[in-house]
Design a protein. Structure first.
Length: 474
DNA sequence: ATGTTC
């Protein structure tokens, strides 16, 4: 299908409306020439499939870190009209509210670098990571219901963080319209002991240092300077959100006939937003999203507390300050160009511009922070949302590097090259070697190239780069 | 992503 894409301008390729059968809107791919070469046929097909869905509005947008996903590509943005559109679990993702948090500290690189190995070993002891890992927090059914409604606030009330953290979280760390009575017993069972755990795959807790600044003025307003130590958390809603997705994909498949929805791919199984099933999924999805906000709140706090105890310093000396926390797998009701839409972001980050009311007051004149984690060996980036995102991507940017090598291929590569040689002087801790082998830097696209594209398009502005000091993986 | 092929 690649030959059907038309290069409209630098970084913009379009699959014009009318190219595929039943297509309702065009599909825009935001790519450099280099990333265009890496674009997979199946990812194009998946984005094209979504452009045929009922009530899809404007266009489908695909970010430069695109890769094939379940039904809808990772890196995809789709908006559907509330009155006649659908809601698609596969277009939000299995890991509901997978997202990123960045915490600043007053520490300098030299405080951490000499002791980074011991520090990461300590963090490994305190922060549970890995598939099926469980935490110290055991939740009763009623407590879990509370988590699902209150989100990050629940964690703060239990002592995991501070009231002022909440102002620096997307949607204040608690999405409205969460109703855990629409969440299954299976999900409750899986969620009861996984709060405050990292998970697996590309999830991590990382100690980082501000490495390079591209916009001094904005970095200053964020209170960030070269050499400053930060904590980045990348995790989601664990088994709780996964089960919500599984449950509602089944419900969606079973309700397709009832609502006369015809699909090019069963993985895009969806429900009218204005249906009993669609509303049920929306309320369950928001519950899982709030679980993820609480999860990252706890993870970030425990990590900061561990660093503090390791260095034997006070909270004041540590200077813990939440910069921002955001979702990159989520469906949200937003108004774009005067229309009330459900914006599906799957591997895409909200990137609202300055003076948008959703941007925290402290950042109002610089725009919403956009946190882009890279792979374990390279860099992560902080950008801020720009006005053009509201014109060309429903206020969205990319979310990360994006895979280029399959997990299997990555493991074969490690067996051939040797893990020590690949990781060189990186400090990466984990309970097992499996995930690290799948997550080697070579398995990912260069995140620098990805953020360069969203910066060049005016979706989000590059502010600074962070480099890893030590990484905890699942 | 995921009690990693219920």
């Amino acid at each position: 299908m690649k030959e059907l894409l038309v290069k409209e301008s630098d970084y913009v390729y379009v699959l014009p409306k009318g190219t595929v059968q039943g297509q309702k809107v065009p599909v825009y791919f935001y790519l450099s020439d280099k990333l265009f070469e890496l674009l997979e046929e199946d990812a194009i097909k998946q984005a094209a499939n979504a452009s045929t869905l009922p009530g899809v509005e404007g266009a489908i947008y695909v970010m430069p870190d695109v890769h094939v996903g379940y039904g809808f590509p990772v890196g995809g943005v789709m908006a559907t009209r509330l009155e006649d559109g659908i809601i698609s679990p596969g277009s939000i993702g299995y890991d509901i509210n997978c997202g990123v948090r960045l915490i600043a500290t007053n520490l300098r690189a030299e405080d951490i670098v000499p002791v980074r190995k011991q520090l990461m070993e300590r963090i490994l002891q305190e922060v549970p990571a890995g598939v099926g890992s469980t935490g110290k927090i055991k939740l009763s059914r009623s407590e879990l219901r509370e988590v699902a409604v209150k989100g990050a606030r629940w964690a703060v009330e239990r002592g995991f963080g501070f009231e002022e953290d909440l102002e620096h979280i997307e949607s204040f760390g608690a999405l409205p319209n969460a109703d855990p009575s629409y969440v299954s017993t299976d999900a409750f069972d899986r969620g009861s002991d996984e709060l405050g755990t990292v998970g697996s795959g590309n999830h991590f807790v990382e100690v980082q240092v501000v490495d390079e600044i591209y916009d001094q003025e904005i970095a200053k307003k964020l209170g960030l300077d070269v050499g400053q130590v930060c904590i980045m958390v990348h995790s989601g809603s664990r088994g709780f959100g996964h089960q919500v997705c599984v449950d509602y994909l089944r419900i969606a498949r079973e309700s397709l006939k009832r609502y006369n929805i015809d699909l090019p791919d069963m993985q895009l199984a969806c429900m009218p937003i204005n249906s009993e099933e669609g509303q049920a999924y929306f309320k369950a999805m928001n519950s899982a999203a709030n679980y993820a906000f609480a999860n990252r709140q706890i993870l970030g706090f425990i990590t900061a507390d561990t660093i503090r105890k390791f260095l034997r310093i006070s909270w004041q000396e540590l200077g813990y300050r939440l910069i921002y926390d955001l979702a990159h797998n989520i469906g949200k009701v937003e108004i774009h160009k005067g229309k009330k839409l459900l914006v599906h972001r799957k591997g895409a980050t909200r990137a609202f511009p300055p003076y948008n009311p959703e941007v925290p007051p402290a950042y109002r004149d610089i725009g919403q922070p956009v946190l882009i984690p890279g792979d374990i060996g390279r860099y992560s980036f902080l950008l801020v949302g720009q006005p053009r995102s509201m014109e060309i991507s429903f206020g969205s940017a990319c979310h990360g590097a994006g895979r280029v090598m399959s997990r299997t291929k990555a493991k074969e590569f490690v067996k051939k090259e040797g893990l020590e040689k690949i990781l060189k002087d990186l400090v990466v801790v984990a309970r097992g070697k499996g995930t690290i082998m799948e997550e080697i830097p070579q398995a990912y696209k260069d995140v620098s190239e990805v953020v360069r594209v969203v910066d060049a398009l005016g979706i989000a502005k590059m502010v600074l780069r962070l480099r890893p000091v030590g990484t905890l993986k699942g």
